[in-house]
Design a protein around this ligand. Structure first.
Ligand code: SF4
Ligand code: F3S
Length: 107
């Protein structure tokens, strides 16, 4: 089991999550972040750090967010590891809370 980054991270990417991860489990894409299920040690520390409330334990995902389990696994293999906080995307505040952003995910 692992924690999973879900829809609301898309176009926000605040990156505060990476600062607390003891396992360096985060991988960064152009407008989304993922957690590697291989690296994640299931500690839950990242959850309250995310201003977009986008991180959930795999078993607690809403049914419409289960697609992100596979996406986190897949994209963690493709994207570079990130361990330091950087500025959020420019329109993060505008996009925080907008539902169904999956079509806007850049790979
Ligand atoms: Fe890292 Fe813990 Fe979050 Fe997994 S649950 S990504 S190990 S902070
Ligand atoms: Fe995304 Fe939240 Fe991290 S918006 S980059 S999961 S702090």
């Amino acid at each position: 089991m692992a924690f999973v980054v879900t829809d609301n991270c898309i176009k926000c990417k605040y990156t505060d999550c990476v600062a607390v991860c003891p396992a360096d489990a985060f991988y960064e894409g152009p407008n989304f972040m993922v957690i590697s299920p291989i690296d994640c040690i299931d500690c839950g520390l990242c959850v309250p750090e995310c201003d977009a409330a986008a991180i959930f334990q795999e078993e607690e995902l809403a049914p419409d967010q289960e697609v992100f389990i596979q996406l986190n696994e897949e994209l963690a293999e493709e994207w570079p590891n990130i361990t330091e906080v950087k500025p959020a995307l420019p329109d993060a505040e505008k996009w925080n809370g907008v539902p169904n952003k999956l079509d806007m995910l850049k790979r």
